[in-house]
Design a protein around this ligand. Sequence first.
Ligand code: NAP
Length: 486
Amino acid sequence: MSREQEVVQACPTELFIGGKWRSADGGRTLAVEDPSTGTTLCDVADASPADGVAALDAAVAAQAEWAATAPRERGEILRRTYELMTQRADELALLMTLEMGKPVAESKGEIAYAAEFFRWFAEEAVRIDGGYQVAPNGQGRFLVMRQPVGPCLLITPWNFPAAMGARKIGPAVAAGCTMVIKPAAQTPLSMLKLAELMTEAGLPAGVLNVITTSDSGGVMEPLIRDPRTRKLSFTGSTPVGRSLIEQSAEQVLRTSMELGGNAPFLVFSDADLDQAVEGAMLAKMRNGGEACTAANRIYVHSSVLEDFAAKLTEKMSALKVGRGTEDGVQVGPLIDGKQRDKVKDLVDDAVQQGARVLTGAEVAEGKGYFYPPTVLTDVPKSARLQKEEIFGPVAPLTAFDTEDEAVAMANDTEFGLVSYLFTRDLARALRVSEKLETGMIGLNQGIVSNPAAPFGGVKQSGLGREGGSVGIDEYLEVKYVAVNLD
Ligand code: NAP
């Protein structure tokens, strides 16, 4: 048996409910595909709405006891999870590459990033504070305590199969919440494996329940509308997020929403061009462009556009595309045929509207959903890819002349997740940073994600923050006690 088969075979494929692995209602299953070959890796349980309710039942049953555990105990479980993930990084990374497609080196990067959320929230679990205050009139006292929100629903996308879950499970466990998590049907294996690992790390039965399903709407909607659910944390696209907010309105459910992005990347004339190109490679090509933080619109000052384009094109055209398990591969396939067709349509549309192809844009024949690293220049404002998330390895370049024009173009979107800004002028860096309408800014750097920093967007990129010292707040309620001293 090959190492790949061994790793897939060692991964659980059933639902994880109340600390037990069990098959779905009626034994239904769904296939998990390797996007680099289009072949089936294995079948996992395909939960029905009744399975979903069983998972919520388990989370609700475990909530009171879990909330009463010592913060140190919760922290230690998270710490052990971090250690186990780190020790087994090779196996976890290979599993991720098989189901999602990104090169193994990138999967290892994601495993390290995901593990860091467990380390970070292991440290935060013992720092949940409260307050004691003298009332302004000097007579009464205010006590403020922070308590776990209660049973949570967590929904995650396929593009970061481990990290998007870790970013929610870490703080939820630290805060004392129980949860039902539903990974994307296309990449359920990393989450099932993580559940196994957290059990080994000592997580009690019922705290984390995992359901996999081909019917995400049918299974999740009843749970969102269930009065026992106290919180929904979603990472995914803006249209789905919007509909989940609507469903959450019925129970006035607390929601955290990490939604789509359309990141502008600004290169001013005084930027260190080599640094800006390196930054663009990271901001564009991390995860093959399938990232909410991906630079989607690259605006370059007209005086340096030609140089920047030449340097970026050289790097993009040198990238090795292939199956993520092969040595030296830097760009894997896109997640599926639909996504590849979408990227192709967006590029064709831009070209029809006058954009010039500097490299890429030609889909190779053969198995797997590959799309070549592509650079387009002179991309007009009317091109669809200036408005829609590309989610692929396509870098569209557009010139600007003034700072005000650059800021206006950057902000001309309903999204507001992240922007990138390259300049050596400190005053400009601060001035522009204050004007950019995004939750995060990469200043002279192409990556902003860090478990110790607050990740999240404004406008239609979402609500709330994950990570940092505020990440745990999403899973805590504030309760205030008015104390009468008379
Ligand atoms: P998606 O289609 O919105 O799906 C995200 C998750 O929601 C998946 O688990 C999906 O399950 C589930 N889902 C879909 N429809 C649902 C429904 N009606 N009810 C309940 N759950 C439902 O997004 P995606 O294509 O997987 O991921 C890409 C998107 O995520 C991009 O827009 C990207 O920007 C965004 N994203 C944002 C962040 C951030 O931190 N802001 C991070 C990563 C990704 P199934 O797929 O199994 O149906």
